[in-house]
Write a protein that binds this ligand. Sequence first.
Ligand code: SF4
Ligand code: SF4
Length: 377
Amino acid sequence: MIYIDKYEKALEYCTACPKLCHFACPASHAAAREAVTPWGKMSILNLLRKGRLELTFENAEPIHNCLACGLCTVFCEHHIDVGLILTEGRAWLESQGITHPGYAELKENFAARGHAARSDLDTVLRTSLKDELFNAEAEVVFIPGTRALAERPQEVVAVFRIFEILGIDFVACAPASLCSGHELWRAGLSENFKAHASAAASKLLEKRLVICADSEDLFCFDQVYPQLGYPLAERSRHISEFLLPYLENRGGLKRCDLSRVEQESSYLTRHLGRASASRRILAMIFNGEAKESGYDAAAVYPCGNEAAFAFACPENARGVADERMRQIRLAAAESIVATDAASAAALDGFKLSGETGPQTLIEILYRSLEDSDVRQP
Ligand code: SF4
Ligand code: SF4
């Protein structure tokens, strides 16, 4: 049973607040509804919790309208973690028999294929990579990230080509079902999440190192699995953290003069505070100016496909991506570099004036390695 009253103090603060974080919320910006502001969502959860608002889906609906991006927390004097409390709020609602109809697909996808995507991602993986890269006995495993695999399957190919160039031959690719299941957790589908996490942890705890392409998987392994008794935090790395020492030893990356906007993941930057490796790699490749970057935590804007947002609020998810691209165009950069392929996937279809779309850190790194003069002995 979820004990939502443990957040009473924070919920009361928000309910009485003059909405200092109001302007910062991408979800309420996209929805253009007062009920979807952080103040609105927290006040509704508070009223539902206290029985002062009838417990119906219609009343609770705004609580699902959150990307858990953490931007409101940046501007909150009390540092209230609205994204986490609303996540717990959704789990509490689920325990009360109130869920979002959009999550039915999420449940079905996990039941059918063990991950959130509609498509059969294991077939995608098997057709993209050589059989020997799926060695189940390997001590180090790469989790490709289902959002990236579904939209940008070329990303996983580039990762293993980078490993090859750097002489890394001990990493195996995990099946798509070894994702963290973070979407289930964020949707408040606690029982489904626990079942998924138990199955995933039983395999991942056998590994020495778990390398994640998707920062939300990393966040979930680092922060949520330990709360269930699965100590994966110490052995989980972002792909940029894993690659950085190899790149620093090797040197000689082909450099690029374009200016860029860096689309960092709010999970890697704000929630985990672990964006230094990806920034260091970009600094090794780019001579051109960073027109906008996430070096200031308040500047990392989400892309719309974070958490379970796209299942509950697909139109608002597109609205968040539209707003992000508007900001990027204002920066007038020559390229967009996304730390995670999941972020690039959310912005796919958008182009800058030079007809360039979003690229990923991995794509750029792969090209830089391919074009460089230094070869492994
Ligand atoms: S998160 Fe902080 S600033 Fe935002 S409504 Fe709550 S108390 Fe106010
Ligand atoms: S976590 Fe992000 S989407 Fe959720 S209420 Fe805060 S600013 Fe809005």
